[in-house]
Design a protein around this ligand. Structure first.
Ligand code: HEC
Ligand code: HEC
Length: 152
């Protein structure tokens, strides 16, 4: 067990944002300690629209979204602990903090991180969760590596 813990700690320490070079095929590897958090995230946040990958918003956006039950004009079932804490750890690990003095974005179109993931891509305006699938055919399976033919 000792070696396993050491390995897990090491992986976490080496990759604060989960940007480990270890991508198997088209799917990001999620370290074991974040697996449950990811599952709970998908369970709670993919019923009305596709689950958005944490990297598209700064950490602060996620923190507020998972604590607020009024959600873009709809009411969400409140996330309670411990699931909320696990979801939070997953989202916080795979997103990056906002810059100082930057306004917290709540729309993809105003997120600097979303734009940074799409250099040279002409995005629809407004860009919505429903439009990801036009270029990411497996978006509903939470796979944003796979692209449609014209982008390969
Ligand atoms: C009950 C249905 C429902 C659930 C469950 C839900 N959402 Fe939403 N979400 C919406 C609606 C409706 C919108 C607004 C759509 C619009 O106006 O384009 C939205 C929009 C969003 C947006 C903004 C996307 C954009 O730029 O337009 C984010 C981010 C988001 N949701 C994250 C989450 C997260 C995180 C969870 C889980 C805690 C979640 N959603 C669960 C209904 C839901
Ligand atoms: C018009 C096409 C297009 C649309 C729409 C689009 N993307 Fe992308 N996306 C791309 C392309 C092309 C790349 C690869 C960019 C590169 O590598 O320079 C990419 C890359 C990404 C990545 C990085 C994947 C990686 O390598 O880890 C994420 C995450 C992502 N997109 C999420 C989204 C989400 C979420 C949406 C919907 C809100 C979306 N994209 C909508 C074309 C698109």
């Amino acid at each position: 067990m000792g070696w396993l813990l050491a390995f897990a700690t090491n992986v976490q320490g080496a990759t604060p944002n989960g940007n480990l070079a270890s991508e198997i095929g088209t799917v990001d590897v999620v370290a074991p300690q974040y697996k449950l958090g990811q599952e709970l995230y998908l369970e709670n946040c993919s019923t009305c629209h596709i689950a958005l990958p944490p990297s598209v918003f700064p950490t602060q956006t996620w923190r507020n979204l998972i604590q607020d039950t009024s959600h873009y004009g709809v009411q969400l079932k409140p996330l309670i602990d411990p699931p909320r804490m696990l979801v939070w750890r997953y989202l916080a690990t795979f997103s990056r903090p906002i810059l100082q003095d930057e306004q917290i974005p709540y729309r993809l179109g105003s997120s600097r991180y979303f734009k940074a993931l799409h250099p040279q891509v002409k995005l629809p305006n407004p860009v919505q969760a429903s439009s990801c699938v036009t270029c990411h055919p497996s978006a509903s399976e939470y796979n944003f590596r796979k692209l449609t033919k014209e982008w390969e």
